[in-house]
Design a protein around this ligand. Sequence first.
Ligand SMILES: Nc1ncnc2c1ncn2[C@@H]1O[C@H](COP(=O)(O)OP(=O)(O)OP(=O)(O)O)[C@@H](O)[C@H]1O
Length: 323
Amino acid sequence: MTAPADSTATAQRLLADLPPSPAVWCEGLRKRYGRRTAVDGVSFTVGRGEVLGLLGPNGAGKTSVIKMLLGLVRPDAGEVLLLGRPARDPQARARVGYLPELFRYQPWLTAAEVLTLHVRLSGAAVPAAEQREVLGLVGLGERTGDRVGGFSKGMQQRLGMAVALVARPELVVLDEPTSALDPLGRVDVRDLVLSLKERGVAVLLNSHLIGEVERVCDRVVILDRGRVAAAGTLAELLGSRELRLRLDGVDARAEARLAATGRLTRSGEWFTVTLSDDEESAVPALVADLVALGVGVHAVEPGRISLEERLLAVLREGPGASS
Ligand SMILES: Nc1ncnc2c1ncn2[C@@H]1O[C@H](COP(=O)(O)OP(=O)(O)OP(=O)(O)O)[C@@H](O)[C@H]1O
């Protein structure tokens, strides 16, 4: 029989060999406030190093979901694991960075002191030089010794971003991180999210700025009235690609050739062919055939619907629009 110490070591070795748990796993989350159901059976995962965007209209339940994931609001039903541990487990929380939607930092402290306080709270050993570096990353390098009470709203949000990043988190949850930021600040946040992803840090991003989500997210969950209305990778959600061509001299044979490639629509001299992913390789042959048929090819533009169009379709038509 194996001695207890050996069996513990064996169990630890077996666990170490398993693939890492997702950064976020939640199943069947529900929350009511009085008679209002805010969240109604929400499930999704965020993989390690994955950037997941949470989209949805005002009141859809996004912040409520985030607060339940972080153990700040107790769900009425459902389960959450953060980095493989229960959401309220201090060991999980210490490895999660969070920028809340509504933030306010101690006005009497300097930016550097706020960071030091949060580093202490997290229990991580982050040297002062690294803390200053993080303030530099969020554009506050020149203001480290200034009191937070004198900061603009955008500067406080930048400080919140530094607080979320400073303790070397494995998961960062950003609730509307750019709501107070100028256009340059938004680009900074986008670059920060991409650099986190490169380092294998998972990011959960709640933002109304759809273009921002489309640029940085690997996957998107769309919430509507407390439920997941659509979810998937950008390719899954945005589906078929389109090819727009500006043509002249299109006769019946050329039109038949276009229609054979995909669903065809026409607006004046612009023709739009809807392609499925495996038909993309058909584009050079299509153009060659059109030229051979005597068609003047003035422009060939790839394109597909934007995430904004998909979001609006899902919200107008309901979950059926997600497929
Ligand atoms: N503490 C609370 N007490 C009562 N109702 C609440 C509370 N928090 C949220 N709600 C309600 O739950 C619903 C979801 O709110 P939540 O803040 O999660 O939405 P959201 O998707 O984050 O919205 P927004 O995009 O406007 O920030 C809303 O109807 C809101 O009024």
